[in-house]
Structure formats: C-alpha cells, structure tokens
Design a protein around this ligand. Structure first.
Ligand SMILES: [Ca+2]
Ligand SMILES: [Ca+2]
Length: 176
C-alpha cells in the first residue's frame, strides 16, 4: 500500500512546484502587431528577452491564452519601458508605463480564448509603433493564472491531498 501511494504523493507534490520559466529571445523584425513573434505553447509562465539597443522599434509577442486566465506581465530592469496587451483582434485593451519605478506592470482577466499579444516599447511611445526610451535590454515576464476552478492545490493542501489519495486507493482496494 505504502509503495503504491508514494508515486502519487510525489506526483501531487510535483504539481505544486512552480514550472521553470521558459525564456524566448525576440526575433526581429517584430515591430508591429502583424509581425509579432509567435509563441506556440507555454507552461503558464515564460519570459521574453529583447533589446532596444540600436533599435528602438516596438517588440510584439503573441501566444495562446485561455478564457478566464488572469494574465500578468512585468518588464525588468533598465530604461523606461512600457507594456501593452492586445486582444486577438489587434485592439489594445490595457497598457502601463510606470508601476515599480519606471518598470510597467499589467494584470488582465482574459475574456476569450485566443492568441493574445504583448508589446514592449519605450516611453513615451504610447502608440507602440516605435521610438521612445531606448539603449537598454529587458526581460518581460508573463504569467497566466488559471481561473479558480482549475487552480493547482496550494502547498498547505498537499497533506490533505495525500490523505485523499490514500483514502481513494484504500476504497478501491476494498471494492476489488
Ligand atoms: Ca522590434
Ligand atoms: Ca516606464
């Protein structure tokens, strides 16, 4: 019994560990919504690394997001970056310039599953068409938090989860 439960507990514990952040390096040209770099899949959290050294064009990145996800985005750590979020139709639905010092931050609950787009540019390029603060590199980190009904258990519930699995296995064993 103990040996049979152990792998399941390990699986449950593994689910609670944050996945490694996958880093995507920008590929120029990605300076408009139409020319966005396409990210086919992700683990829910990933980073874009880009440069505005010698090229002050805006940088666009597109990736799939599920309805109900809360998308948060940050940019780190030099210059005066700005962030924007575009819906699958190409309309800007949110933007931010300064949240932590000159670093921007966005949080947005996604209303429709589809390919959403993040853009990074430099202040004061409010049109996200290029220009503004440049001469720096950046890391933009995107996190998709699943809606509450899909959430992975918090660490505090691991013990309960393991107890539940033990109970399920015991129940199955009795039924056999
Ligand atoms: Ca660019
Ligand atoms: Ca800024």
């Amino acid at each position: 019994m103990f040996i049979r439960v152990l792998p399941l507990i390990a699986l449950a514990l593994g689910c609670g560990i944050a996945p490694a952040v996958i880093i995507h390096n920008e590929v120029e040209p990605n300076d408009s919504w139409a020319a966005a770099n396409l990210i086919a899949a992700h683990s829910g959290v990933f980073s874009f690394v880009g440069s505005r050294v010698g090229n002050a064009s805006a940088d666009y990145f597109r990736f799939p997001v599920l309805a109900g996800d809360t998308l948060t985005a940050t940019v780190c750590c030099s210059g005066d970056p700005m962030l924007a979020l575009f819906n699958p139709s190409g309309s800007m639905v949110a933007y931010n310039d300064d949240w932590n010092g000159l670093m921007p931050y966005l949080s947005y609950t996604i209303p429709a599953t589809g390919m959403w787009t993040i853009a990074v540019t430099g202040f004061p390029d409010f049109g996200f068409s290029g220009g503004g603060s440049s001469g720096w590199t950046y890391t933009a980190t995107i996190t998709m938090q699943r809606a509450a009904s899909y959430e992975i258990p918090e660490p505090g519930t691991w013990g309960l989860l393991a107890a539940g699995l033990t109970g399920i296995l015991a129940f199955r064993r009795v039924r056999r």
